[in-house]
Every structure is written in C-alpha cells, then in structure tokens.
Design a protein around this ligand. Structure first.
Ligand SMILES: C[S@@+](CC[C@H](N)C(=O)[O-])C[C@H]1O[C@@H](n2cnc3c(N)ncnc32)[C@H](O)[C@@H]1O
Length: 273
C-alpha cells in the first residue's frame, strides 16, 4: 500500500486530524480478553499510522509494540516511553513466538495479505491471545442526510479511482473477509455503511466526534485518495463539497459551526486456534 509510505504524504496532518476510537471500543476489547483470562503485559498495534491506537494501549499495557510499513507515518507518531515503533509489514513481524497478549489493527486490515497476517498473528500471540480489528467507512454528518450523501459520493465517485486497491473491502465493513477462527465476535456501529440509519448510535459506538466544519475539512484532507487525486488536479473538490455542505447547514463560518460526525464502523474480536 503505497500512498501512506510516500515521502510527500502529510503524516503530521494525519496525526492532527484523524479521529480516535471511543473508550467503549477499548472496553469491549479488554473485556473480551479478560474473559479468557488474558494478561495485559504486551500489546502489538499493526498498521499503527501515527499511533492512534498504540498511545491508548500504552495506558493499560506495560509494553506496546507499534508497527507500520511507512517510515513517514512512524516519524510523525506520538512517542511514549513504553511504546516502541518499528517499520515492518503486517505479514512478517519481528517478534518472538508467543510473546504478545493482544494484537490490534485499526483502519489497516484491508491492505494486508490476510492469510499471511493471520499466520503471523497466531505465531506471535500467546495461547488464547486476542486479535482486535477495527475498520470504518465514509464519515457522516449526523445533522444532515444530504451532507452525508455528498461525502459518500466524493469518496465513491470523485475519488473512486484514487484509492489504493484494498480500500473497497471496507465498503462492506470487512464482512467479505473470512476470519479463520470460530468464536469471532462482530460489533457494527452505528449500523450499515449506507446512510439509511444515520443518527442511530448503538451502545457500542466505535467512533464519533463533535467538530467544526473546518476540522472536518482537514480530516477529509487526510484521505489517501485525496492525496492521490491532488497530484493530478489543481482544483480541490473537498473545498467545493464543503461549500455545498455549509449551504445545506446554513453555516456561514466553517471555523465556528459544530457538527457531530459519525463513522459506520466494525470491531472484530477473535482468538486464533
Ligand atoms: C489509514 S492508516 C491507519 C492508521 C491508524 N491505525 C488509525 O487507526 O488511524 C493505515 C496504515 O496502515 C499501514 N499499512 C498498510 N499496509 C500495511 C502492511 N501490509 N503492513 C503494515 N502496515 C501497513 C499504512 O502505512 C498506514 O499507515
């Protein structure tokens, strides 16, 4: 997966404007792991990006390994004394057999070679260890179905050809990737990826955030497809989309107008056997 590895990719923007996962998400992961008698010594976050998940794991686990293919993302990652970052593929991990309690991977699983990833994950996990996989789809603005449709449209149509291959799998929130272990648990929130059930957060809401429209615009600029598109075009389609959204919401100042952004998301919890 090339875009995030490119030296020109704006990893600092990514660190500042990508949303983070809810406390509920971590509670669900920890509860699942605890119920199997799991320990909280070593966690491994794969495809860590700029450390969105690793920094939260570092509050609970004694030691966190965080890995990514992209040196550029790791350079911008949040540093913590108990996190060690390393550049390596998900399919070949530089860790000992049976050395990790919990593996997480957020918004990255769709880029992996799944069979090889599961083989490696099984090898490095301690017996009965946990794999937690998170993915999310195009954002929605809870206050407006029309605005949400515009966001989905820009992702599917304007940027459709500018996603690296693999991203399509996310549109069905990983339902099409078989998880090779029984006892796999899925949480979908706030529901399906289309906009029919917008504004119905579930108790297991994985990701939502109140933000200004300006911050939302900055978030849109962290999309890898946006970076790819802008290499070939001079006009920014996110700007025109934001103007339309501002009109729909009667917002005259993007920096002041607050909206609730929700991401249809999935959390998969499983145990290699
Ligand atoms: C969208 S970012 C997600 C970052 C962060 N986990 C988050 O939740 O925001 C996807 C990351 O996966 C990394 N990645 C893609 N393919 C990978 C692979 N095969 N092995 C390890 N990392 C990979 C990319 O370099 C990128 O940093």
């Amino acid at each position: 997966m090339a875009t995030f590895s490119r030296t020109t990719f704006n990893s600092s923007l990514y660190r500042s404007f990508r949303p983070v996962y809810s406390k509920t998400t971590y509670d669900l992961i920890y509860e699942y792991h605890k119920q199997k008698g799991g320990k909280f010594n070593v966690a491994l976050d794969i495809g860590t990006g700029t450390g969105q998940v690793a920094t939260v794991l570092a509050e609970t686990f004694a030691k966190v390994h965080a890995t990514d293919l992209s040196e550029k993302m790791l350079q911008a990652a949040d540093k913590r004394p108990n996190i060690s970052y390393s550049a390596c593929p998900a399919e070949k991990l530089p860790f000992e057999d049976k050395s990790v309690d919990v593996i997480t991977t957020a918004q990255a699983f769709h880029w992996f070679k799944h069979d090889q990833f599961f083989e490696e994950a099984k090898r490095v996990l301690k017996p009965n260890g946990t794999i937690a996989i998170i993915g999310y789809e195009y954002a929605r603005i809870r206050e407006s179905k029309q605005a949400s449709s515009l966001i989905r449209k820009i992702g599917l149509e304007t940027f459709g050809d500018y996603w690296d291959s693999g991203r399509k799998i996310l549109e069905n929130l990983y339902r099409d990737i078989p998880i090779p272990y029984p006892n796999t648990t899925y949480y979908f929130s706030p529901g399906d990826a289309d906009i029919t059930n917008i504004g119905n957060p579930t108790p297991e809401t994985i990701m939502e955030k109140v933000m200004t429209l300006e911050a939302f615009k900055n978030y849109m600029h962290t999309w890898s497809s946006y970076a790819n598109y802008m290499k070939e075009h001079s006009e920014d389609p996110v700007d025109s989309m934001m103007n339309e959204i501002a009109k729909l919401l009667n917002a005259d100042n993007l920096e002041k107008h607050l909206v609730t952004v929700e991401w249809p998301a999935v959390l998969i919890l499983t145990t290699p056997q």
